[in-house]
Design a binder for this molecule. Structure first.
Ligand code: AMP
Ligand code: GLY
Length: 420
């Protein structure tokens, strides 16, 4: 039996830890720093690599990294130098997410379908370029910006203002020293998450996120307001296409370039006219996609994560999934993704059912009370025999939970129903 140290504090990490704690190989699951719902919290921030390594060593732990920031810092390289077992991509491989420009050039070199793009570090040239074209664009800061460095533009004015925000005002700091201006692709967006051991990749269950803050995909982008799995937008033939044209080419390309990719590889894809294009790579599980995916997973997660680190994925059987739908409705604090209140007491959390689980994200425990502590607060996740049933189960559970400034979208999963 091993102990597991999950690094991170969101709903994704709560669901990974929840699933790992069910493994017959896992003894104790620690979470650093964790949240009000995770157990065995260790108060070490995700960027304190030395302290995390010391803890993992002392507690004989297999470490599972949830978020991108420590991966981009090189937590995997650091642990491996100390012979500590850790799941996730190393710093070089994490560039697929930590530098959008690196990722775009990588896709170009490897013939992986993505939107046409230009790169700028000079605002004047970027402005000239935007004025010279007449197709809609998306403007992206190169570096990590907590999911906010992407501006989808509807007009030249919006594009000029995005250049000003990222490149001139440096709203995202150094992450905005360079920008990508790319062609906007209008299609259906879905999340294709796979697991690789550097040579070979298997797919996780398909899912679809809801990135905008308001119903019907209106308002600014967020980290994700809810997700469901599986999604009919990725049927078998599309999954095959994504696996061949995107995932396998990415894994092979990374290996050939001396940056073998081990870990969860998340391709955010836009499907247009039955062809998939990569919008972004993430080098980790999605949040909130992870929550419904973990609810549907029957196989032992630990076996697969371990095999990713040892190169043994191809010797495992395919992952087995519940033949049910799962829906995660994110309950957020009103105001998110801008400023929002904190420290509000959450009530109504004390229900339980086999089919429903409340994953915590921005919460903390204080004197036996659970308080809000972030923008995305909880991910109420439910299974159901149909997508409609899973939606009803998730929303009836979500209705039981309350705090003064609770906000959620009311249409999570609806896109999937429309596709039925
Ligand atoms: P990213 O972080 O690159 O995935 O961008 C965040 C969001 O912006 C995506 O989830 C899409 O909704 C949108 N987006 C990014 N790139 C494009 C594109 N080329 N065309 C249309 N929408 C895009
Ligand atoms: N839900 C989108 C992401 O994790 O990046």
């Amino acid at each position: 039996m091993v102990n597991v140290l999950v690094v991170g504090s969101g709903g994704r990490e709560h669901s990974l830890g929840w699933k790992l704690s069910q493994s017959t190989n896992v003894d104790k699951v620690y979470t650093a720093p964790g949240n009000g719902g995770t157990e065995n919290n260790v108060p070490i921030p995700v960027d304190r690599l030395e302290d995390l390594a010391e803890f993992a060593q002392k507690n004989n732990s297999f470490t599972v990294v949830g978020p991108e920031a420590p991966l981009a810092l090189g937590i995997v390289d650091f642990f491996e130098e100390k012979n500590l077992k850790i799941f996730g991509p190393n710093k070089k491989a994490a560039q697929l997410e930590s530098s959008k420009i690196w990722a775009k050039n990588f896709m170009k070199r490897n013939n992986i379908p993505t939107a046409e793009f230009e790169i700028f570090d000079d605002a004047k040239k970027a402005i000239e370029y935007v004025k010279s074209i007449n197709h809609p664009v998306v403007i992206k800061a190169d570096g990590l910006a907590a999911g906010k460095g992407v501006i989808v533009c509807n007009s030249t004015e919006e594009a000029l203002s995005a250049i000003d925000t990222i490149l001139v005002k440096k709203t995202f700091g150094e992450a905005g020293n360079r920008i990508i201006i790319e062609e906007r692709i209008d299609g259906v967006e879905a999340s294709y998450i796979s697991l690789s051991d550097g040579n070979f990749a298997i797919s996780m269950a398909t899912s679809q996120d809801h990135k905008r803050i308001y119903d019907n995909d209106m308002g600014p982008n967020t980290g994700g307001m809810g997700a469901y799995s599986p999604t009919r937008f990725i049927e078998k033939s599309m999954a095959k296409k994504i696996q061949e044209k995107i995932i396998n080419k990415t894994i092979d390309g990374m290996k050939n370039e001396g940056a073998s990719f081990k870990g969860f590889l998340y391709a955010g894809v836009m499907i247009k006219e039955n062809e998939p294009y990569v919008l972004e790579y993430n080098v980790r599980m999605g949040d909130p996609e992870c929550q419904p995916i973990m609810m549907r997973m029957d196989s032992d997660l630990y076996d697969y994560l371990l095999a990713s680190t040892t190169g043994a994925l191809s010797s495992l059987p395919p992952i087995s999934w519940k033949n049910q739908s799962a829906v995660c409705v994110v309950l957020a604090s009103k105001g998110y993704p801008e400023a929002y209140p904190k420290n509000e007491e959450i009530t109504g959390l004390d229900f339980s059912s086999d089919e429903t689980f409340v994953f915590h994200a921005g919460t903390k425990k204080e004197n036996d009370k659970v308080l809000t502590n972030g923008g995305r607060v909880l991910g109420v996740t439910a299974l159901g025999d149909s997508l409609q049933q899973a939606i009803s189960n998730a929303y009836s559970a979500a209705d039981k939970v309350n705090w003064p400034n609770k906000y959620s979208r009311l249409d999570i999963g609806k896109k999937g129903l429309a596709k039925l």
